[in-house]
Ligand binder design. Structure first.
Ligand code: ZN
Length: 84
């Protein structure tokens, strides 16, 4: 049987917990830049250029009509212009 002091056992336990938290932190940070679960759904968001109304339209890809004011919006002028 391995004899170990109580303070050494506590220190090893704390080091193990800190290492687990650090590894989880690194894994979460490395996955942050990847496209997430809702990345394709961002293409469905439209922002009206006239009334700045934010709405969802999954049927149209290039031109969409604003449900509030009825004006037509192009995709290049919406939220996705800042994404490459
Ligand atoms: Zn509008």
């Amino acid at each position: 049987m391995i004899k170990i002091e109580f303070s050494l056992a506590i220190a090893l336990y704390l080091i193990l917990i800190i290492c687990i938290i650090f590894i989880c932190w690194i894994v979460i940070e490395s996955r942050k830049d990847r496209p997430g679960l809702f990345s394709s759904e961002r293409d469905f968001f439209w922002q009206c250029d006239t009334c700045t109304y934010l709405y969802v339209d999954s049927k149209h890809a290039v031109i969409s009509q604003c449900p509030r004011c009825g004006s037509y919006n192009k995709k290049e002028e919406t939220l996705n212009k800042d994404t490459p």
